[in-house]
Design a protein around this ligand. Structure first.
Ligand code: PHE
Length: 340
C-alpha cells in the first residue's frame, strides 16, 4: 500500500500539463468519478486498524496534491487552446447596430427645443384626468355640445368618473393653478379620443400645447411666436395664416395654416391644391379660464396654442398612415436613425 501511494505521488508530480487536453486527462485519472485514488480508498477497510489512520491521512494528502495541481494548471491554461484554435483574426468586427429614436419623439423634442430657446419651460400632467381639468376649468359648460366635439373616453376610477384626457390643455390648467404669472410653458403628451382606428384617425395620439400668461400679452405676440416657430421648423420661407375658429377656452380663436413647403404653394395632393396645411389651433385664453384657475384677469392676459405631433411628423416625413406610429414595426422605425 505504501509503495502504491508513493508511486502515485511521483506520478502526480511528474504528470506534464502543457495543454488543455493534458489537464483534462489528469482530471479524469486523479479526480474523475472513476479515478485511481478511489480504489485505494475502498481498500482502506482491509488495512490493519493501527495503520488505518496513517494510511488514510496519506491518501487524503495525495488527493489534495492532485486537486492543487489541477486547479493551479487549469487557471494557467484557462481557455488557451480553444482561443488559439477558434480565433480567426481575419474576421471583420461585428458592426454596432445603432438604435433610433421614435419619429414622434424626434418631432416632439425638436418642437420643444424651439420653444425652449424663446423662454418656454416644459410641464407634464396625468393622462387620467378629472372633469375639472379636462373640461370645466377650460370653460366647457356642463352638457355643452363642445364636450362631444372630443369623443371622450369616460372611465370609472374608484367611485369617481374620470376621463382619459382628450387634450393636453388639462396640463395648462394644472400649471395655472399652481404657478403665478408670468407663465411660459409647453406641455407635450399622449391624448385619447374615441375614434375608429384608420389611416387618418387613431384612438390615441400626441399633442404639444403652449401657454403664455403675463401682463399685456396680445394676439400680435401669439402671431409672431407662431411665425417664428413655423420658420424654425419648416424653413425661413414658411408663412402662416390664421382663420377664425372656435374653442371654448380661447376667445378669439383661430386655426393656423402653414404654407405648403412640399409644393412651394403651387398645389399638391398633400395640401389638396390649396397651398396651405392646417397645423394647429390657438387663441387668447378666455377670461373665464383665467378666473377658474385663480389668475387676475385685470392684470393678466395670455395666449395658448396646440398642435398634433403626428400631423407635424406627417408633414416632415410624409408618413401617410397614422397606424405606423404605434405598430412597432422595426423596418419603419429604423428609418429614423438620422434624426429630424
Ligand atoms: N386643445 C385644443 C385641441 O385639442 C387645441 C388648442 C389648444 C386650441 C390651445 C387652442 C388653444 O383641439
Amino acid at each position: 500500500m505504501y509503495d502504491r501511494i508513493e508511486k502515485l505521488k511521483t506520478e502526480i508530480h511528474e504528470f506534464e500539463l502543457t495543454s488543455v487536453i493534458d489537464i483534462e486527462n489528469f482530471r479524469i485519472k486523479f479526480l474523475g468519478t472513476k479515478n485511481c485514488l478511489k480504489e485505494l480508498f475502498t481498500e482502506l477497510k482491509n488495512i490493519p486498524v493501527d495503520q488505518r489512520k496513517e494510511v488514510g491521512q496519506l491518501l487524503n494528502s495525495l488527493k489534495l496534491l492532485a486537486e492543487e495541481k489541477y486547479t493551479k494548471n487549469q487557471q494557467l491554461h484557462l481557455g488557451q487552446d480553444e482561443i488559439i484554435n477558434d480565433l480567426d483574426l481575419t474576421v471583420p468586427p461585428e458592426k454596432n447596430v445603432l438604435g433610433s429614436h421614435h419619429p414622434l419623439s424626434l418631432i416632439r423634442d425638436r418642437i420643444i427645443s424651439i420653444f425652449e430657446r424663446i423662454g418656454f419651460n416644459t410641464s407634464e400632467g396625468p393622462e387620467i384626468e378629472d372633469d375639472w381639468h379636462n373640461f370645466s376649468a377650460l370653460n366647457f359648460a356642463q352638457e355643452h355640445p363642445a364636450r362631444d366635439m372630443q369623443d371622450t373616453f369616460f372611465i370609472e376610477k374608484g367611485a369617481r368618473e374620470m376621463v382619459l384626457r382628450t387634450h393636453t390643455s388639462s396640463v395648462q390648467v394644472r400649471v395655472m393653478e399652481s404657478n403665478k404669472p408670468p407663465i411660459r410653458t409647453i406641455s407635450a403628451g399622449r391624448v385619447y379620443r374615441n375614434e375608429a382606428i384608420s389611416s387618418r384617425a387613431h384612438c390615441f395620439f400626441h399633442q404639444i400645447e403652449g401657454l403664455y400668461i403675463d401682463k399685456g400679452v396680445s394676439f400680435a405676440d401669439l402671431k409672431q411666436t407662431l411665425l417664428c416657430f413655423a420658420k424654425e421648423l419648416f424653413g425661413t420661407n414658411a408663412q402662416i395664416r390664421m382663420r377664425p375658429s372656435y374653442f371654448p377656452f380661447t376667445e378669439p380663436s383661430a386655426e393656423v395654416d402653414i404654407s405648403c413647403s412640399l409644393c412651394n404653394q403651387k398645389g399638391c395632393t398633400v395640401c389638396k391644391h390649396s397651398g396651405w396645411l392646417e397645423i394647429m389651433g390657438c387663441g387668447m385664453v378666455d377670461p373665464n379660464v383665467l378666473n377658474a384657475c385663480g389668475i387676475d384677469t385685470k392684470t393678466y392676459s395670455g395666449y395658448a396654442f396646440g398642435m398634433g405631433v403626428e400631423r407635424i411628423a406627417q408633414l416632415k416625413y410624409r408618413v401617410g398612415d397614422l397606424r405606423l406610429y404605434s405598430e412597432n414595426d422595426v423596418r419603419f422605425l429604423k428609418q429614423f436613425q438620422a434624426g429630424v
